[in-house]
Design a binder for this molecule. Structure first.
Ligand SMILES: *[C@@H]1O[C@H](CO)[C@@H](O)[C@H](O)[C@H]1NC(C)=O
Ligand SMILES: *[C@@H]1O[C@H](CO)[C@@H](O)[C@H](O)[C@H]1NC(C)=O
Length: 243
């Protein structure tokens, strides 16, 4: 009986736990004052299996709402008017104020990593992380954003996280900086796939190669969570039995 009293609030807490989307502090395009895109191409492979992590390198870190909005606008201006892209290159951007800024958003192809733009969300933490890592607020915002993307059906539960440097031939870019890379590589869904730079065989894409690689490296979450649930149930049955 005491065990039931103990389990019940625990189960309630699990069911009622806040959705990651509610916890996420998301600033949409209208809120940060985005310019209109010059063209829109929709994503055609959702839900996506990959998230590619970037840093902006420049502009530098921002820690308050005003300067983060200024940075996001500067990045859009650079991408549209200097690079001549249709819109800001990233799907989402993250400030060290802990907020996530909508770039191209959940539904549009972006311009963050050549060869990956229709199969991976590109997320950029604003700042230069070659010498210091991003702060915990920004990292936490990225994790919440991924959880929210899974909840909303944009990102596969069995997704993989890589970094910009891995998506291109070796030494093409240092992005997202050694310090951010050092953190992201410890995340559970990080996959160590590296684009070898070798020409692709006919009908192959980097994303197809990476999927084959990552599937072998990381076991599906669904299986892991089933195992966890089974162990928890066994644990409680034993507890009930002995109390
Ligand atoms: C892209 O998707 C939006 C809805 O998200 C839709 O309104 C629009 O027509 C689509 N564009 C194309 C070219 O398919
Ligand atoms: C690529 O795939 C298509 C359809 O799957 C096939 O018709 C075509 O022959 C393939 N091309 C090569 C070079 O393998």
């Amino acid at each position: 009986m005491t065990s039931i009293l103990f389990i019940y609030p625990l189960l309630l807490a699990m069911v009622n736990s806040q959705s990651p989307c509610d916890e996420l502090s998301l600033v949409d395009r209208a809120e940060w004052g985005a310019q209109e895109p010059s063209a829109i191409t929709n994503l055609t492979n959702k839900p996506l299996s990959f998230v590619v992590m970037h840093h902006s390198y420049y502009p530098l870190s921002c820690y308050d709402d005003d300067s983060c909005i200024e940075r996001v606008k500067d990045i859009q201006d650079f991408h549209q008017n200097t690079q001549n892209w249709d819109d800001i290159g990233f799907h989402f951007l993250v400030g060290e104020n802990g907020k996530v800024y909508e770039g191209r958003g959940w539904n549009r192809q972006a311009a963050h990593s050549t060869g990956w733009n229709n199969g991976a969300y590109g997320v950029c933490i604003i700042g230069d992380f070659t010498r210091a890592p991003p702060n915990e607020k920004a990292l936490n915002a990225v994790r919440l954003w991924i959880e929210c993307g899974i909840k909303l059906g944009h990102i596969k539960e069995d997704h993989y996280i890589i970094t910009h440097r891995q998506s291109q031939r070796p030494h093409y870019t240092d992005c997202p900086g050694d310090n951010m890379f050092g953190i992201v590589r410890k995340w559970p869904r990080f996959c160590s796939f590296q684009n070898s730079g070798a020409p692709l065989a006919a009908n192959k894409t980097q994303i197809a190669l990476a999927t084959e690689f990552c599937e072998k490296q990381i076991s599906p979450l669904s299986a892991a969570s089933t195992n966890l649930a089974t162990s928890l149930i066994m644990f409680y049955l034993l507890l009930i039995h002995f109390l």
